[in-house]
Write a protein that binds this ligand. Structure first.
Ligand SMILES: [Zn+2]
Length: 113
């Protein structure tokens, strides 16, 4: 359910972009999703297919890039992407989540004709 307003916003953004740049048809949309955003790519695509009808982005293919959140080591100050563990790759101490990281959702680029 979380994805519905997100997709509505996305289509609004794409409509605005289309109008400004005089784009007739959007074929592909490259999106970035943070791992903590709670947004599921498949759900986005499902809503998108329903809601994009009649818009320049109708039937566009969505490509997702998942972005890990960023951790900051409390010992040595290294910033590193969250992969399997919370431990710093340099010194092994535990890292803390950088506020707001991993919650991204944005359009990186679009392919148009
Ligand atoms: Zn460290």
């Amino acid at each position: 359910m979380h994805e519905l307003p997100v997709v509505q916003d996305l289509i609004k953004t794409l409509d605005k972009e289309s109008e400004e740049k005089n784009i007739k048809k959007i074929n592909e949309i490259n999106l970035v999703i943070g791992e903590l955003s709670g947004i599921i790519g498949e759900c986005v695509q499902t809503y998108f297919d329903l809601l994009s009808e009649g818009h320049t982005c109708e039937k566009a293919k969505l490509n997702f890039t998942f972005l890990p959140s960023t951790l900051l080591c409390s010992e040595c100050g290294t910033e590193f992407p969250h992969e399997k563990s919370f431990n710093c790759p340099k010194c092994g101490s535990q890292g803390k989540l950088v506020k707001g990281s991993g919650r991204e959702f944005y359009v990186r680029s679009i392919e148009v004709t």
